[in-house]
Design a protein around this ligand. Sequence first.
Ligand code: SF4
Length: 457
Amino acid sequence: MAALTKEQLRDKAFEALDHKVRILDAGLRIGEGVVEAAGGGVTTKEGGSFRHGKKQGMFQPGVIDANVRAGQGGGGRVPGHTDGGKGKPGSQADGGTKPGSQAAGHLGSAEPELKGPIPGLDDKLPSMFHIPLGYWMFLRPNPKSDYALEYENGTFYVTKDGNEIWRDITFEARPKFYDGFTSDGKAFLDIGMILTDKCVEVWYSNECAFKERGEDCMFCDINNRGGDIFLKQPHHIAELVKAAFDEGVADRLDFTGGVIAERREIEYYSDSIEAIQDALGRTGLNASACIAAPRDFENIVRLKEAGFSNITINKEIWDENFFNTVCPGKARTVGHKRWIEALEFAAKTFGFGHVRCNFVTGIEPKFKTLEGVEYLAGVGVYGNTNIFGPRPGTPFEGVRSPTPEWNLDMAIKAADIQIRAGLTYALVKNCHPEVHQPIFDVYRIREELLPIFGGGA
Ligand code: SF4
């Protein structure tokens, strides 16, 4: 068979990406063969373990669990003031998962009734898998999905309406340090975990100070998750990062979490990066800090001087009126105009492509978010578009995410705007711990970085 042209490969990649965003939306039915394999302790080739994650507090990394049911995780991520509620908690599995980050997990699903865990499989399925074409995929179970993960004769594959679409599925290996503890007995998995592309993400806290006035961002459920709430000490973080680096499963780090009371973020970050540098015995780390826009911009300079290479200041919503309504804490304490000025200042301080601003997409009109992406790209800020995944217990509970078509169009438009502005994949991937999101897939198609193009990204 003749080799495919670049154009045909690109079409094939976009066709697969279309399936991916639909799976993010609808989840996957778990085939009987997979259930038997997981229940029977099948070991995957990649990691020697079919158990990628286990429940740990609110993060529950890697677990197919109840968080997926509300569409929290389709691929989304972490909560915190960082990511817009995307979602992590819940697990990586949830794709949207973690807590605390502003972005918390917003790769959302239109299936609010998704139920997990699967009887007998809780804690046995890996959180993420790969398709040969080069995409990372979250494993979110939904018995009603048209898509299914199947297992037969030693091979995992994905079907749509019973027809195979991807074969030779591989899984993320479960890092060994996930079973470790800090010197004072805190489970590493309560502090952080590996997201994608060798990035260890640290959740410095799993609550947000905006709750004191009832000013949480409306999409974010960081303060609704319960669990063991504690602000991690710098030595906790340093020990976790060292374990991940020593194991060779991480070479960069990203911090995220809720707004710290009294805005002590800068002091906390400085102490933490210093402890990490001491533990690793070096400076010059690829490290990203996520903060709320500070009133004193000199704090941005202090973070750079402390040793961070990237910074994240999530506005979440571009339009001023939507921002004021949806992010009341951010609007009151900093405000629309000043938040943008902070991003501009950060870009001048950290440099072109070293600043990220997450957007939760699907709350305001698409053209508004794209207006923000375009403006920020012009000053060298990467605008990351996280799919809105309505979370239980938030004012958006019961609302559904945008359609897969809408989400894919957003990812393509946002990526193309930023590529035109000179924000390359090499730059922006260092600003974000989760390069499994569709916007990064578009980047890797445009820059021909997927394995099918001969690339390795
Ligand atoms: S409520 Fe707090 S943690 Fe959640 S997105 Fe807003 S600022 Fe971040």
